[in-house]
Write a protein that binds this ligand. Structure first.
Ligand code: FDA
Length: 324
């Protein structure tokens, strides 16, 4: 599979851009905010809610934050104006995390504060291992100044994740809210599990730890062994559709949240699995990326993990494996 992904990646420079744009259309809402709004209006009929991402990441000059701040600010306004059941996902390095921690903190605080005023949750996407701790530090700092509408993502493949789940749950006093995924960055074997089965097992263990720690658990996977494991774990803890979260002691998780857990999937990926979960009563959220920088973003993602190129090619060759 890695080889197939790398072969597809090698062809990219000679593949016409219009073809790549046509393929990317399935996975990216469009170049601007109005295209994201349009996509959400359409998919909300399928019972889904959303988290929206403005494409782009790791800026090289702190002034570039202004673009992201303004765009996320307009996004929050558009969510409210269009009455969408949506929250936002942002990459801390797009807010300057690797340039100036204090400036990043200030910028993330400004956007989180605006989101809090509109009852909108902010998810800090998790990037590679250089920023794992820094990203969690931002979440802790925000909660420390009273902004509790923020959480992050942990990656099942990292050895440290079990400890991180515990630290967040303890420090955030019942308000920890984590998206758990396998992790898209191919980290080295001294800090991460390597190989499909080990990563699935570690991710499933992390899901169990999250559920046991009282954390709001957003399961972000399209992989059936992870989804099936999650469904069993949820039900074995007395949780499920329409059941009040037994771990929450009467507390609600806030606007747009499920009963202690939800499932999340990327736009364009395994829609049939998502729709089935939704029909069965589970909260399902679609990750909707949009923005001008779709080409650079797609190339970078593919370089980081060539398996994604294979997943995309497979959707064309064997469409039954991944319905929109
Ligand atoms: P797996 O890779 O085995 O995929 C299962 C099947 O799903 C594939 O066979 C294919 O059919 C389909 N599929 C999966 N990914 C696809 C893709 N990109 N395009 C087309 N088909 C695809 N990672 C991270 O490091 N930090 C983060 O913040 C996030 N955030 C995030 C949010 C959401 C909502 C999701 C769903 C995922 C992430 N991820 C992430 C990515 C995650 O870590 C992981 O790399 C991918 O979800 C792929 O892993 P799966 O568990 O889906 O399994």
């Amino acid at each position: 599979m890695g080889l197939a992904g790398r072969a597809i990646l090698a062809m990219m420079p000679i593949t016409p851009k219009f073809f790549i744009r046509w393929v990317a259309k399935r996975y990216v809402a469009g170049p601007d905010l109005s295209s994201a709004v349009e996509v959400m209006k359409k998919i909300s009929r399928e019972g889904a809610c959303f988290t929206v991402d403005v494409l782009g990441e790791e800026i090289s000059r702190i002034e570039e934050v202004d673009f992201f701040f303004d765009e996320y600010s307009s996004l929050i306004d558009a969510i409210v104006e269009n009455n969408l059941d949506a929250n936002i996902s942002l990459k801390p390095t797009a807010f300057g995390l690797l340039i100036d921690y204090d400036a990043a903190l200030e910028n993330i605080e400004r956007i989180t504060r605006k989101a809090a005023e509109k009852d909108i949750f902010v998810r800090l996407d998790m990037e590679d291992h250089r920023v794992t701790q820094l990203t969690m530090d931002v979440v802790l700092a925000m909660h420390g100044c009273g902004l509790t509408n923020i959480g992050t993502v942990l990656q099942g493949r990292l050895f440290r994740t079990i400890q991180d789940i515990d630290n967040l749950a303890t420090s955030l006093n019942g308000l920890s809210d984590v998206r758990i995924c396998k992790g898209i960055y191919l980290e080295s074997a001294d800090i991460a599990h390597v190989g499909y089965q080990k990563i699935v097992d570690a991710t499933n263990t992390s899901i169990d730890c999250l559920l046991d720690s009282g954390t709001y658990t957003a399961i972000a996977s399209h992989d059936m062994p992870v989804i099936k494991h999650s469904l069993k774990s949820i039900s074995s803890r007395g949780m499920g559709p329409g059941i009040e979260d037994p771990r929450a002691g009467g507390k609600s998780w806030g606007a747009g949240k499920g009963t202690g857990y939800e499932f999340q999937m990327l736009l364009g990926v395994r829609g049939n699995v998502r729709r089935k979960l939704s029909r069965d009563g589970h909260r399902t959220r679609v990750y909707v990326p949009y923005g001008e920088r779709w080409y650079e973003y797609s190339l970078r993602r593919l370089r980081e993990n060539p398996d994604v190129a294979w997943h995309i090619a497979k959707s064309f060759i064997m469409p039954w494996t991944n319905r929109r």
